[in-house]
Write a protein that binds this ligand. Sequence first.
Ligand code: PRP
Ligand code: MN
Ligand code: MG
Length: 179
Amino acid sequence: QPLTYVIDEMISAKSIAARVEALAREISDHFADTDKLVVVGLLRGSFVFIADLVRELDLPVEVDFIEASSYGDGMESTREVRILKDLRSGIEGRDVLVVEDIVDTGFTLKHVTGMLRARKPARLEVCALLDKPSRREADIRATWTGFEIPDEFVVGYGIDYAQRNRNLPHIGKVRFTRP
Ligand code: PRP
Ligand code: MN
Ligand code: MG
């Protein structure tokens, strides 16, 4: 029997937009003296968030991407982070902001920030839209977090369940139903 599910709204598109604006203000203040900020999105989940965030930043920015994957189509982290695509540019001596959609176990962010720190950026900070602190296994924290959420499986605003629902404009939680 196939698993069917419905999506209940958890964070509206309007509250996300307001929070993104506030985060962008804090980040712009923090990096106010930069000559150029390298904004690094973690594909695929961060593509919506980074698009909205960079348009609110009052800074010269460069946009680059890393593709990392640890969930595949499942609901459970494999705890093994695969880098499928690396940055185009070197970041030694540069200011870097990593943009992530959600920090769950923390393995993805830990792996990626470790890899980037080894390249000796001048400054490296992280902005994550969502944080599920109750699920953390790796010792890592984002510099800026949009929303702390309870342990629910969420989708939308870039986040998928088995590669679906990334195009939802809000954040919703998945609720399974018996067909
Ligand atoms: C998801 C999500 C984060 C990561 C968070 O990515 O987008 O990158 O998992 O989980 P963690 O803190 O437990 O590591 P996923 O591996 O599903 O790839 P995707 O972004 O392409 O969906
Ligand atoms: Mn991801
Ligand atoms: Mg995913």
